[in-house]
Design a protein around this ligand. Sequence first.
Ligand code: HEC
Length: 163
Amino acid sequence: MHKQGVAAFVLAAWSFASCAVQAQDSIERGRYLVEGILTCGNCHSPRAPGGVVDSTRLYSGGPQTWDEPAFTVKGSNITPDLDTGIGRWSAEWFLARTLGRPRVVAGDLGVRKAVGTAYFGGRMPTESEVRTATEHWGAAAGVAQQLLLNTLVSPDRTVPPTP
Ligand code: HEC
C-alpha cells in the first residue's frame, strides 16, 4: 500500500472508531440519565413480588395510578412495541411537527385521550381506532390534531389574558 493509501486507511479507521465511541458514549449517557438520575423505571415498570422493579419487563407500564381532580394517569408502556408501547410515536411527531406533514400521531396518549373525548364518548381508543376515526381529517390533520389537543387543557390551567 502507498503511504497516502495507508494514511487514508488509518484516518478512515480512526474516524469510524471515534464515531462508534461517540455513539457508545451517548448510549451510556442515556442509560445513566434514565436509570441513575431520572429513574424512569420507577413509574414505567411493573413490580415483581416484594415490590421491586421487575427487570424482565422494564418500561412496559407501571402499577401506580395518579388519580387527581384534573386527570387520572398511569405510568404508561414506553417500550418500542408497536401495539402497546410508544411504537412509531416519536417518528410521527417528528414528521408532524418538524417536517409539517399532515400526520395524526395516533399512538400518543394525549392524542388518544383527545380523540377519545371527541369521538368515543370519553373511552380511550386504540391507536388503530384513532387512525380510522381521524382519516377524514386528510390534509388538515396537523391543524385538527393541534386544535383537539388544546381541548385537553383544563380551564384552571389556562393562562389568563394580560390586561
Ligand atoms: C413520577 C412518575 C414518572 C416518572 C419518574 C417518569 N414518568 Fe413518564 N409518565 C408518567 C405518567 C403517569 C405518564 C402518563 C401521562 C398521561 O397519561 O397523560 C407518563 C408518560 C410518559 C410518556 C408518554 C407515553 C405515551 O404513550 O404517549 C413517555 C414517552 C414517558 N412518560 C417517558 C418517560 C421517561 C423517558 C422518563 C425518565 C426520564 C419518565 N417518563 C419518567 C410518569 C412518570
